[in-house]
Write a protein that binds this ligand. Sequence first.
Ligand code: AMP
Length: 283
Amino acid sequence: MFIFKTVKSIQNHLNKKQTRQKKIGFVPTMGALHEGHLSLLKQSLKENDLTVVSIFVNPTQFGDPEDLEKYPKPIESDIEKLEKYGCDLLFLPETKEVYPHNRVKKEINLRGLDKTMEGAHRPNHFAGVVGVVDRLLEIVQPDRLYMGQKDYQQFAIIKQFLRRTKSKTELIRIPIVREADGLAMSSRNIRLSDAGRKKAVIISQTLYQAREDSKTMTLTEVKQKALSHLKSNGMDVDYFEIADGDNLQSITTSEQSDTVIICTTVRIDGIRLLDNIIIKESH
Ligand code: AMP
């Protein structure tokens, strides 16, 4: 695996004639890699001639300096995992490479998709996410971009952004990879206490139950039941929303929506744990 730390060095490599003829898959991450990230990598390896993974803990998407400070950075073991799975190229830039001083910041209108759910709790978070993905795409210029359903709102926002900017990059969504008990894998899970880790199973259980309930109850009833279940189990719920999968607006009936998603974020031990489940999807 090649490791590049500067924009110039990775672009020199990618712009070689023999490389440009290849299909390039790209997996942007913030590191502390787990099976969730690696399933994106595996899919990209299957579908492309060359796969680029980036590891960059993007400061512009963190509102809370403590969260940024505490973000795990096990770079040696990340490199080992990427080597083991057969990643071709790792981009490991420093902040000054991603955000050079002379770079003009684009104003990107996210049309309200960034204001609901996560966005309501993390102002400017999605502007930071879109900014970094835009910059990384400019550097790597992949044919395909791989993102996880785990961060569904992020996926929906990037999907809209790529459509509006008429990007040639195709966006691929990869299902959520879970621990054996159902907890969605996340780099933040290692910060949970033993008791917190045990309690965290309730999040996915509630989502699975909500999906079942949606077959017989109204969405308003589903939401009320799930919320009272989470609260009666002592959960600190940031939000629990049933939303249209494209415009991310809260809905009370699924009839008008091609995709319906239930998204929640719960705090355990002060750590925000995101999870979601798709309850309707027409292809
Ligand atoms: P992150 O390092 O948290 O920015 O995540 C990098 C990519 O991996 C994003 O597209 C995430 O949605 C995806 N991802 C993170 N956790 C999971 C998971 N448990 N299952 C599938 N994809 C995931």
